[in-house]
Write a protein that binds this ligand. Structure first.
Ligand code: G3P
Ligand code: CA
Length: 256
């Protein structure tokens, strides 16, 4: 007997399109972000890194090898080199010509249309990236109190703390891989001194963890759901949001 949820509960579930709606379009491209808007996700998630010459770019891996027709580390390539790459064909020929977007481009195209969950990806490789991100957001007045449409998160918790100091008005999130399975209440309490979200790998989520995160005042948005079954499980565990490649899964829950 599966639990059913009211329309109200369903609407409360925060729907986060992972790297854009990356089940439907090449991850971290304008096409995937546009798809997330069309699918009415609440947020899309992006991975921010930095080129050799200091441009903030949106790509997940620390090399361009998997998702473009080029090779090399993001931090060893200039923006011009990065920009000449095709970031769409690997996914489907119909996306040939998609480029690696810049952080500024994404903000300018999508702010006001959808929330953006900004992951600082491997920030230890890019000294000063926290300041750059803060500058770009401040230039656009996107660091105002209660701007719930930008959330900043990282697996690098020092980087999250640094960003929170630079952008105290914006919500921040701590990402937690499987090694945080046995996270203690003390650790959660410490995270809650600078973070508003504890966003773990979905495989370590239990009802008990959800309750313990909530007890600190933080919200929990696990990653990354890739099937209806996984989304359903997270929904039933009482999480606040689901990071998914398929935003449609987050809507398809039984309603009373
Ligand atoms: O939102 C969290 C999720 O994006 C973290 O994992 O590897 O997809 O960046 P990854
Ligand atoms: Ca990510």
């Amino acid at each position: 007997q599966s639990v059913t949820f009211s329309k109200k509960d369903q609407q409360k579930m925060i729907n986060v399109a992972h790297r854009g709606a990356s089940g439907h379009a090449p991850e971290n491209t304008m096409a995937a972000f546009q798809k997330a808007v069309e699918m009415k996700a609440d947020y899309f998630e992006i991975d921010v890194q930095m080129t050799k010459d200091g441009e903030l770019v949106i790509i997940h891996d620390t090399t361009v090898n998997r998702t473009t027709n080029g090779t090399g580390a993001v931090g060893d390539l200039t923006f011009e080199e990065i920009r000449s790459l095709d970031a769409g064909s690997w996914f489907d020929e119909k996306y040939a010509g998609e480029k690696i977007p810049t952080f500024e481009e994404v903000l300018d195209a999508f702010r006001g249309k959808i929330g953006i969950l900004v992951e600082l990806k491997s920030p230890e490789l890019y000294p000063g990236i926290e300041e750059k991100i803060a500058t770009v957001l401040k230039e656009r007045n996107m660091d105002r109190p209660n701007n719930k449409k930008i959330i900043i998160q990282s697996f690098n918790h020092d980087s999250v703390q640094q960003s929170k100091t630079l952008l105290p008005n914006l919500p921040h999130g701590v990402l937690a891989g499987p090694s945080w399975r046995n996270v203690t209440d003390e650790q959660l309490k410490e995270f809650a001194t600078y973070a508003d979200y504890f966003n773990p790998n979905m495989n370590i989520v239990t009802t008990e963890l959800v309750n313990r995160v909530h007890a600190t005042g933080m919200l929990i948005m696990p990653y990354t759901s890739r099937s209806q079954k996984q989304a359903d499980r997270l929904f039933h565990l009482g999480v606040d949001g689901i990071v998914t490649d398929y935003p449609e899964h987050v809507y398809k829950h039984p309603v009373k």
